[in-house]
Design a protein around this ligand. Structure first.
Ligand code: ALA
Length: 397
């Protein structure tokens, strides 16, 4: 677990990368796995009966098993490869939502959701005549579980909630949230985009109905993600897209769909991306979540205490149960100005609404500056950030 594993830092030795919540950098092993596949082993999957294609299919399906083990899914067929979290949620909204949610029904989201876990449900509501209900937050940026309990009624047909907030860093008590919904027979989708690279996930222990995430936030390639769904749900859902691979038999009169997981994987998939994703899982497994979490916590607590010393700086999201994400305002400067000055010092942070405009409204801020950590960050990165923020204050006061 070191910067040396990540070629980007050879090319940019002075880079202080504090934007891993947006997308993480890639270790050499992930880049090499994709390169190796294209250079030496490339062929399509599930189609050829020649050796190259059979080998590609074997590696592709091994990765599905690896992904299932990574989140402790019982069956590999419960892992659907998608383009990422956004597509996974759209798939559920379209194929499960349209089946289960009718006019007058309610879907519960939280005030801290990413746009990807708002708009698909909003669109569904517009189509079928259902309504969104929003769990409020307390002052620390945690979900108000009493308010949540009150929202759960006989009208509720789904709860869709983020595991770790990409803005506040809050790690939500997902297991409790799921148990309370299940007590009323309400299924739960968990947006795990910010969780998977930081926390060990066990979908069977959580008992979630759907768990969605992207490879690119856990040191894997862009364009690959996972929809985990319980077999009972996936079985009754209609296909998301239609075309090759998702069929068993086609005539001009009728099509018989393929079994899980292929029913949801129309067309040639992102084979190299999936193979890179497998290498990312191997990379994380080699390090282990104990080390990853202790590294996250060390960075989080050091950065929090150093940032709190800066006058005029306010942190949004102060839960005791937090992941490596810190969003803040500085009274003298707009978030975009802060990010621009930091960029001149080779410090990459994110500034803006963080794909969570309703949360910005809720917090009553136009924008936030956000720093977020990966396994390549060091305490010295925080020192550089603090020096950069000193410079911001000098320029704007
Ligand atoms: N959801 C990503 C972020 O928070 C893009 O930056």
């Amino acid at each position: 677990m070191s910067k040396k594993d990540f070629p980007i830092f050879d090319k940019h030795p002075s880079l202080v990368f504090l934007d891993s919540a947006s997308t993480s950098q890639k270790p050499r092993s992930v880049i090499d796995a994709e390169l190796q596949f294209y250079n030496n082993d490339y062929a399509n999957v599930h189609r050829g009966i020649y050796q190259l294609s059979e080998n590609a299919t074997a590696v592709f399906e091994e990765t599905r098993r690896k992904a299932a083990d990574f989140i402790h899914a019982e069956y590999a067929h419960e892992i659907i490869f998608t383009k990422g979290t956004t597509e996974s949620i759209n798939l559920v909204a379209q194929c499960f939502g349209c089946l289960q949610i009718k006019s007058g029904d309610e879907i519960i989201l939280s005030a801290m959701e990413h746009h990807a876990n708002i708009i698909p449900w909003q669109q569904l509501c517009e189509r079928v005549g259902s309504t969104l209900k929003i769990i409020s937050l307390n002052k620390s940026g945690e979900l108000d579980l009493d308010a949540y309990e009150k929202l759960l009624t006989e009208k509720t047909k789904l709860v869709a909630v983020i595991h770790v907030s990409n803005v506040l860093g809050t790690i939500n008590p997902i297991k409790k949230i799921i148990a309370r919904a299940h007590a009323k027979n309400i299924p739960v989708l968990v947006d795990g985009a910010q969780a998977v690279g930081h926390l060990a996930i066990d979908v069977q222990d959580l008992d979630c109905d759907f768990y969605v995430f992207s490879a690119h936030k856990m040191y894997g390639p862009t364009g690959v993600g996972v929809l985990y769904g319980k077999t009972a749900h996936l079985d009754v859902m209609s296909p998301y897209q239609t075309g090759g691979n998702m069929i068993r038999r086609v005539t001009f009169e009728k099509t018989e769909f393929n079994v899980l997981p292929y029913k949801f994987e129309a067309g040639t998939p992102n084979i190299a991306g999936v193979i890179g994703f497998g290498a990312a899982i191997d990379y994380i497994n080699q390090i282990g979540f104990e080390k990853i979490q202790s590294h996250d916590n060390k960075l989080l607590s050091y950065a929090t205490s150093e940032l709190e010393k800066i006058s005029g700086l306010k942190i949004f999201g102060t839960s005791k149960n937090k992941s490596g994400v810190i969003s803040f305002t500085v009274d003298c400067a707009h978030a975009h100005d802060i990010a621009t000055i930091l960029d001149q010092l080779h410090i990459a942070v994110r500034a803006g609404h963080h794909c969570a405009m309703p949360l910005m409204d809720y917090l009553n801020v136009p924008a936030l500056t956000r720093v977020s950590f990966g396994i390549y960050n060091e305490l010295s990165d925080i020192d550089k950030l603090i020096l950069g923020l000193d410079k911001v204050r000098k320029i704007f006061t």
